[in-house]
Design a protein. Structure first.
Ligand SMILES: Cc1ncc(COP(=O)(O)O)c(C=O)c1O
Length: 436
């Protein structure tokens, strides 16, 4: 039995008439009977076309850090729109947002873009221009957006396309990607100190950058082993490689200063999106003065008609202001800890081997084993089918995490203690429904 009600089913049929597979991003297609159509969201909830209410832990794949339709953000956007929304000149709001990011994340310079993909793409170009080198390292199970260069060994890959460990024999994660692009990409297992060091020592003369999600935000929030990011920092300094933190998911979520603050490591470049604008399309590339100033009119291109557009920037200004003035992350963390502990206890009670991974604002569930996975290949050895079954039971009962266990549970400021209690009751019922 699918999760669509009658109205949703009918509307989805219509969506498929005009939109390939009825969705505007492949990640949203869960099958013909399990793809929802959402009518609206408010606070920690969303409602589907049949009026069914869900406590939302997908939050649009993570951006909604405050809550859906958060009044301060909506009002700031509405106000700003009365003044017009795109001018091809810098606006005061852009300066305000850049200043906030600089202060919160301890970065020297900021350029605004619209999406995470745009931010990571430009970060790669900056790193290449800065070093005059072309290859880069990324890690299996990470996702850095839809650009061809990054679509190798992502979290969507299955084991067959990864090749043997360290072989670099990765197949692209999509048709339509020129096969020679893989010559620029080195995919390493996350948390493998030896392979990181060996690869850098062998390849450094060609290495422009290391791209890393500091924790695996696209693979159950697997954490870095102690010292892994520090080792990377040391090797990047030694060999003149640009260290890029892709903080599209962690930025303004795991701490006000993102993963740089949380792990106490400053990267050379950082990409932000998602939580930065509470769900409005706005993103940023930020970093150290010397690397960011590689951007040069006439020689090193970064641009975009809508970069710094008023809607996105007004949303970012309001969101960052709330983050700076209210205990957003602290509140989320307190509720997240209760949720993680409760889930852990329910799974233990049900006799399901598991680890609750990650941090309270974005955590994952690894089922089928009781050792924390340290990389993507280990994650794939868990019981993804069991996760899938439990998540569908949750969704039927009105709690909505992603059905794919790689996607973390995201929490927002609007989530209440009552929501957490209700989630735990429903989690208990869902697990019992699956194991009984
Ligand atoms: C870590 C990371 N980088 C980049 C992106 C791409 O961002 P966008 O979907 O805004 O293009 C994502 C999207 O989920 C992401 O998780």
């Amino acid at each position: 039995m699918g999760i669509q009600g009658d109205k949703t089913k009918a509307l989805f049929r219509k969506a498929k008439q005009f939109i390939p597979h009825g969705v505007n991003s492949n990640f949203r297609y869960w099958g013909d009977d399990d793809t929802l159509i959402i009518s609206h969201g408010e606070g920690s909830y969303v409602w589907d076309e049949d009026g069914k209410k869900y406590i939302d832990y997908r939050l649009g794949f993570g951006p909604v850090i405050l809550g859906h339709a958060y009044p301060e953000v909506i009002e700031r956007v509405q106000e700003s729109l009365k003044m017009g929304n795109v001018f091809a000149w810098t606006t005061p709001l852009e300066i305000s947002v850049a200043e906030r990011i600089s202060r919160m994340c301890k970065v020297d310079k900021v350029r605004l873009t619209n999406t995470g993909t745009e931010a990571t793409f430009h970060a790669l170009r900056i790193a290449r221009a800065h070093t005059s080198r072309e290859k880069f390292i990324k890690f299996e199970g990470q996702y850095h957006g839809m650009i061809d260069y990054f679509m190798f060994g992502t979290a969507s890959a299955n084991e067959d396309t990864l090749g043997s460990l360290g072989s670099g024999n990765t197949a692209p994660n999509s048709l339509g990607i020129p096969k020679d692009i893989k010559n620029y990409v080195i995919n390493l297992p996350f948390n493998n100190f030896e392979m990181l060091e060996e690869t850098i020592e062998r390849e450094w003369e060609d290495l422009a950058a290391i791209f890393i999600e500091p924790m695996l935000g696209n693979c159950a929030s697997i954490m870095p082993k102690p010292g892994f990011l520090e080792k990377m920092r040391e090797l990047c300094d030694k060999y003149g490689i640009v260290m890029v933190f892709d903080e599209v998911k962690t930025g303004f979520r795991i701490a006000n200063g993102g993963a740089q603050e949380y792990f106490g490591i400053q990267a050379d470049l950082v990409t932000y999106a998602k939580a930065m604008g509470n769900g409005f399309p706005v993103a940023a590339i930020a970093g150290k003065e010397d690397v960011m100033m590689t951007i040069q009119p006439g020689s090193m291109a970064h641009g975009g008609t809508y970069s710094g557009n008023v809607v996105g920037v007004a949303a970012a200004d309001a969101t960052l202001e709330v983050l700076e003035t209210q205990p957003v992350i602290e509140t989320i963390n307190n509720r997240g800890k209760v949720l993680m502990k409760g889930i852990d206890e329910i799974l233990t009670e049900a006799g399901i081997p598991h680890v609750v991974t990650g941090v309270p604002s974005m955590f994952g569930l690894f089922l089928g084993k009781d050792q924390e996975p340290y990389d993507f290949r280990e994650y794939l050895k868990g019981d993804g089918d069991l996760y899938d079954e439990i998540s569908m039971e949750l969704i039927r009962r009105g709690v909505q995490p992603d059905a794919d266990g790689r996607e973390p549970w995201f929490l927002c400021y609007a989530l209440s203690d009552d929501d957490v209690n209700e989630t735990l009751n429903i989690f208990n019922d869902s697990v019992n429904a699956v194991v009984s």
